[in-house]
Write a protein that binds this ligand. Sequence first.
Ligand SMILES: Nc1ncnc2c1ncn2[C@@H]1O[C@H](COP(=O)(O)OP(=O)(O)O)[C@@H](O)[C@H]1O
Ligand SMILES: [Mg+2]
Length: 379
Amino acid sequence: MYFTEIKLRNFRNYKEQTVSFHPKVNIITGNNAQGKTNLLESLYIMSLGKSFRTNKDAEMIGFEEGFCSAKSTYMKEGRERSVEIILSRVGKSIIIDGSKAKKSSELLDKIYIVAFTPEDMKIVKDEPERRRKFIDRELCQLKPVYYKNLARYKKVLIQRNSLLKEGSCNEELMEIWEKSLAEYGSRIIIERKHFVDKIKEVSKEIHRSITDEKEELDLFYEASVPYMEKREDLQSAFIEKLKKERKRDIYRGNTGYGPHKDDLKITIDGVDVRNYGSQGQQRTAALSLKLSEIHIIREEKKEAPVLLLDDVLSELDEKRQKFLLNNLSDVQLFITAAEMKGNLWNSLPDKRIFKVEEGNANSCCDEILEEKRFDNDKI
Ligand SMILES: Nc1ncnc2c1ncn2[C@@H]1O[C@H](COP(=O)(O)OP(=O)(O)O)[C@@H](O)[C@H]1O
Ligand SMILES: [Mg+2]
């Protein structure tokens, strides 16, 4: 699938603008703080209705404006389709192919996006939350039912936590929350474990190939509740654990076990990369994971996702940049970069280049590109 156009109104620093995209490669250049990442963000929200920079939707509304909208047009299975997201200070509307959606979850399974940002570079090094989010986002794109279970789990977790904070325990109510928590939680854990088993094989291959067969990447899902293959067993073990730890949870005022505490362990040649890997290894592992994400979506959905690369190319060495760009011939790419240095761009055959200035994205014609290329060569 690929985007053909985005129409923005009051979206961050874009007032009113329509941008038409190239089906293969779109390079977005411009100085800092002009709107390059904002443009990627407007595309990103099309997949799950959420930004990669903020949990507060209203931050995307232009300063001093009451609402904003982003309408994307895209091609999928040979047909032109559209998704429009309208944000006001009080809520969000989603319009899919001209009809208003009743729930955000209707967005699922429409547009597949993988984003790779400087934040994702920290996936290996950061706290477990980032790795959980990585798995969750991917599973939400792959399985709408996962999205629902996750939302239910989060809701029940809040309810159990507020009961814990009250201190004196209402046994009956507590048991109800714990049963639901274990039910949704066990579904989440099993899906995550299966996903990790899948991405482990893919990323192992990719990582081998990036490192010229020198490094062996491995992934393990680390569940905070003893893992069991059968869901009913896992659910019972989870209930047991919650019951056993209830006193401690009351003392802490929150739930100490469950998918919201799990982690993804990443090793290279058997050594934990988070604690012992070099920065280079951590970045390469992040790259392998991102490329695996693309691979899995392509396999499961029979459709290549769109890839957004926000300021990450410059953080990879030339070899890894080439590996990335050469392995994505069927993927529509959006690449932001403050400057276009080196010959990397010349190796991309079909592309459109945009210059972003103060919330205006204008495509440059190919002649300008030729001049720029010439200038670069002289330098
Ligand atoms: N809600 C908003 N309304 C208007 N302008 C915004 C909003 N949010 C961010 N901006 C502006 O967008 C600019 C940053 O855009 P960004 O896309 O992150 O820049 P870059 O080109 O460096 O990627 C800043 O000038 C910031 O003030
Ligand atoms: Mg930026």
